[in-house]
Write a protein that binds this ligand. Structure first.
Ligand code: NI
Length: 139
């Protein structure tokens, strides 16, 4: 039997929604106040969902401390209190929407995901209380 675990993390960051190839007017029409020149902040809530076999020795599905170390080092420390558009290398050529942020988080986690870990199932990232994006680890 596979068991799922959802672990929550938080970070604060700023972004601006802007497509460089579009005119200022088109960006404003497309993104509204999210296109304002100096960005705006969010308190992001990140959920990491893993699913795997119960370890019969430990009675757990994952080593939570090991999971926390990976997520904190690769994601939370990397993004917390940053201006995503300018401070985060992956966004030099990508749009700083929360959907894309979720893709970047997936890439950064899969690059170091231990083989001994249960499967990374989903990344859920909540930008506001009304928006949560769900990024599956594979298509
Ligand atoms: Ni925003």
């Amino acid at each position: 039997m596979k068991i799922g675990l959802t672990r929550a993390y938080h970070f604060c960051a700023a972004h601006r929604l802007h497509v460089a190839e579009f005119s200022d007017a088109k960006n404003q029409a497309l993104f509204g106040k999210c296109n304002n020149p100096h960005g705006h902040g969010h308190n992001y809530r990140l959920e990491i969902v893993v699913r795997g076999n119960l370890d019969q020795t430990t009675g757990r599905v994952v080593d939570l401390a090991a999971l926390d170390t990976i997520v904190n080092e690769r994601i939370v420390s990397y993004l917390d209190h940053r201006y995503i558009n300018e401070d985060i290398a992956e966004f030099k050529t990508r749009i700083a929407t929360t959907e894309v942020l979720g893709e970047v988080i997936r890439e950064r986690l899969l690059a170091v995901w231990p083989v001994a870990f249960p499967k990374l199932q989903d990344i859920r990232i909540q930008e506001t209380k009304r928006n949560q994006f769900v990024i599956p680890s594979s298509d």
